[in-house]
Each structure stands twice: as C-alpha cells, then as structure tokens.
Design a binder for this molecule. Structure first.
Ligand code: KIV
Length: 269
C-alpha cells in the first residue's frame, strides 16, 4: 500500500498520481486490481449509488457504511473517505469528533473535506494524527451557493485560490483536490506547493487526476461533464439482464447445462 510519503515522493519525481472513486466491495476490488494509486470514497456516492440529485443528502453513516466496504475490497490501496456536508465546518469539537469517527471506523488512510475555510480544522486533525485531503475550487457540497461552473476565472479569485492552497499546505493538508478550474492556474498551483495536487477538470498540469468510477465506465448517465473521458461501457449490463429476462420467460434458461440431475424421483416411485 502506498503511504503519504510515497505520494509526496511521486510528486517530487514527476510521477503522476492516479485516484478513482469506489463505493463498494466489488468496485474497490476492481480499482485495486487495476493498480490505481489511491481510492476516493467520494460523497458523489449520493448520486452514483444512492440515486440522489446532489451530494447534499449524504450522511456520515452513509460514508462509513461505504468506506468500510471499500476498505474490505481494497485492503492494499491508499483510501480517502469524504466528510459529507455538515459533518465539518460547524464547531471544532464536533468537526474533530466526526473526522475521528469516519477515519477510525472506516480504517481509511485519510479523510477529505471541502472548503478553504477549514485550515484550522486541518491543522487540528494533523495534531491528533488524522491526515486530511483538502478539496478546493468547485466544491460540490456548495452547489446551492456556487453551482457547477468553472471556478477561479477572475484575477482576484485565482490569486485567492493560490493563497488558499498555500494555507492548506501550511496547515498540514497531505494533498489537495482541485476541481473545475482553468488548467494554467492548476499547473501554477501544482508548482507552488510541495504537496500533491490532484485535479478533476483542472487540466494536465497537476500532479495527478481523479475521476468518478461510474463516469469513466459510462454508467447510465444522461449528462456528462466536459472533463470526463469514458473508458468502458456499463450499459452492456442492461443487454445481459434483458437477455436473462427473456430466456427465463421463454424457458431457454436454465438449460441442462445449468441443472442438477439425480433421478431422485425415480427412486421415490
Ligand atoms: O465526491 C467525489 O467523488 C469527489 C470527486 C469528484 C473529487 O469529491
């Protein structure tokens, strides 16, 4: 399993860091088998596996339930578990209790928290031994406030984001996820800090990339963001299920090949 120090070294050596989401035992097994460096149990599970429209309905219990399953499926991969909306940014005591609960009960390698206002929280987590990945730029938990548009497009906002990333590094964040910002800004930030910057919709100049499992496998989605590249096609699963349905209804399945035969009824006669 990779350690935080390994990830720092990858950045120093210019080796790209891969991160992909996983939400359950089978997806975690697949991601580990594919040698992805780090797994994110994102609160995007609200949309991908729980059927919500946004991440805002996701609870701590949801994150723990899915985080544990991922840990079981990927025992040898660096796993990051998201802190859902409202679990952080309320009061320091409550925030730290929630962080500890998620970190301990999922046996994750780190937790992730959204927002530039969390530097004190990140510093306190570091003191008590909890590694934190900060998530800046577009932060989906704030969709009601900022929407899903490209962030940091003005000079002031870009300058602020650079400062926020430096503050997160100084506070002790082990990595930063930067979502949906201009690529030249993301590249500059990556060169301005020593911790790995993992981009999503932030171009090719970051230290690594994260995407969502269901996006890259094209899982029944009506809308696809510009930054998503599709590498597989889950929709073939529907065709297989449809065929099963038809074969049961027509009596084709189960054929002899799938049937146990003992002629037991002859003996009972
Ligand atoms: O929840 C999530 O999957 C995320 C990624 C989009 C970075 O935060």
């Amino acid at each position: 399993m990779r350690t935080t120090q390994d990830l720092f070294e990858m950045k120093r050596n210019g080796e790209k860091i891969t991160m992909l989401t996983a939400y359950d035992y089978p997806s975690a097994k697949q991601v580990e088998k594919a040698d992805i460096d780090t797994i994110l149990v994102g609160d995007s599970l609200g949309m991908t596996v729980l059927g919500y429209d946004t991440t805002v309905q996701v609870t701590i219990e949801d994150m723990i339930h899915h985080g544990r399953a991922v840990r079981r499926g990927a025992p040898n991969t660096f796993v990051v578990v998201d802190m859902p909306i409202g679990s952080v940014g309320i009061s320091m005591e409550q925030d730290l209790n929630n962080a500890l609960k998620i970190y301990q009960s999922t046996n994750a390698n780190a937790i992730k928290a959204e927002g530039a206002h969390l530097t004190d929280f990140v510093a306190r987590c570091k003191q008590i031994g909890i590694p934190v990945v900060a998530h800046l730029g577009l932060t989906p938990q704030s969709v009601g406030v900022m929407g899903y548009s490209v962030q940091a497009k003005t000079k002031d906002a870009a300058t602020q984001l650079i400062e926020d990333c430096k503050s997160m590094e100084a506070a002790g964040a082990i990595m930063i996820v930067l979502e949906v910002i201009p690529s030249d800004l993301a590249e500059t930030i990556s060169q301005s800090v020593n911790i790995p910057i993992i981009g999503i919709g932030a171009g090719n100049g970051t230290d690594g990339q994260v995407l969502v499992y269901h996006d890259i496998l094209q899982y029944e989605q009506d809308h696809r963001a510009k930054f998503v590249k599709v590498y597989g096609d889950f929709s073939t699963g529907v065709a297989a299920i449809r065929q099963y349905n038809e074969e049961v209804k027509s009596g084709v399945f189960p054929s002899d090949e799938f049937t146990y035969k003992a002629k037991i009824m002859d003996e009972l006669k």
